[in-house]
Design a protein around this ligand. Structure first.
Ligand code: NDP
Length: 338
């Protein structure tokens, strides 16, 4: 069983030598204990939160221990089972980590979930019909509160979370404005995902210029904003928010390597009487069934689109992860194992 472990903690940007590829023997299936299931991973999910776990600083999640398999979401196939509800061949989603196989105690609630791949591709359970999709759903529905005719904006708009936020907001009758890095991502967001506008923030060196572009894209002001990045985009949004607007603070990826994220206009929270709320999707398990049901239906019927960046093979995971923190991915970042 080939695995990638955390070899050392990064200072600033992670690098390849923070990870180590190791090989450890896999116990034969007949040695599985009661309730255990052996899963062969097809895809690993790479997610921005993993950067936080690599450090020891204050965070909502426990740091990842050194020399242990990198934690992470996985989808795969059951190849041996000693649990009555799982059969060989079942497709499952779990938290198997950066390794080719995982032995999972399926008797423990929440560790493994069987999924139906008749109408939804297996990999989508790590993206639009998985944790990132539910994140989009929660932040939008419970915090941004989209109302028909209102305007919703979202940063990292072409990504796993952002792309779902915008499309869900469109389905609620909103005008939707995205922010993304580069012309290709912006074109995709408007032409494929159906956003009304997308601002390539890299084209704007100053807040004045970004703000002018946003005024044009959101002429009626912004009622709900979904923040994934932090920095100048957030400042421009604060200046364009309508009174009693709502901001869901989902991510601050611009600061995950330890950089400070300056905010020049926090006074706008008061001036515009904004509600600004951070959230962690795993603390709201009560909405998962409802959110997954809607997301699953939308994906199965082609009404929710998504893109994937797929790195090939376990050994490619560290580079792909480093790229994710620099915006090199275009859509949900996955690693394909088989
Ligand atoms: P994405 O698929 O959106 O990929 C990350 C994107 O962020 C990149 O493509 C890039 O987009 C942008 N980005 C990366 N690095 C930087 C940087 N240094 N400065 C500015 N932009 C950068 O990832 P996800 O959809 O998985 O995650 C989006 C956000 O949601 C993250 O902040 C993540 O931490 C957060 N999240 C929060 C959860 C919660 O429970 N609160 C749960 C899941 C995700 P571009 O090129 O367009 O700038």
């Amino acid at each position: 069983n080939r695995q990638i472990v955390l070899a050392s903690r990064p200072q600033g940007e992670p690098s390849a030598d923070n990870f180590r590829l190791v090989e450890s023997p896999l116990a034969p299936p007949e040695q599985l204990a009661d309730g255990q299931v052996l899963v062969r991973h097809h895809f690993l999910s790479l997610d921005p939160y993993m950067r936080g776990r690599m450090s020891e600083g204050k965070s909502y999640a426990q740091p990842q221990p050194l020399n242990e398999v990198m934690i992470g979401g996985t989808v795969g196939e059951v190849i041996a089972s000693r649990h009555p509800q799982y059969a060989v061949g079942d497709k499952v989603v779990g938290m198997g980590g950066w390794q080719e196989y995982a032995v999972v105690n399926a008797a423990q609630p929440g560790l493994l979930r069987k999924v139906d791949t008749t109408h939804i591709p297996l990999s989508a359970y790590l993206g639009a019909v998985g944790m990132p999709g539910v994140t989009a759903w929660y932040g939008l529905m419970k915090i941004c509160e989209p109302r028909a005719g209102g305007t919703i904006s979202v940063s990292a708009a072409s990504g796993a979370v952002g792309s779902a936020v915008g499309q869900l907001a469109k389905s609620r009758g909103c005008r939707v404005v995205g922010f993304a890095g580069g012309p290709d991502k912006c074109r995709y967001v408007v032409e494929e995902l159906g956003f009304d506008a997308c601002i390539d923030y890299r084209q704007h060196a100053t807040l004045d210029s970004l703000q002018a572009a946003l005024r044009e894209a959101a002429p009626q002001g912004i009622d709900g904003h979904f923040e994934n990045v932090g920095g100048m985009v957030l400042d421009a949004v604060l200046l364009q928010m309508n009174a009693f607007g709502r901001i869901a603070v989902c991510g601050m990826i611009a600061g995950y390597n330890g950089e400070p994220i300056p905010l020049r206009h926090p006074q706008m929270i008061l001036t515009s009487r904004l509600r600004v709320e951070g959230f962690i999707v795993s603390e709201h398990m009560e909405v998962w069934p409802e959110a997954l049901k809607e997301l699953g239906t939308l994906v199965a019927t082609g009404r929710l689109k998504y893109r994937e960046s797929v790195a090939q093979g376990l050994a490619s995971a560290p580079e792909a992860f480093i790229g994710l923190l620099k915006g090199r991915n275009f859509g949900k970042q996955l690693v394909k194992l088989i």
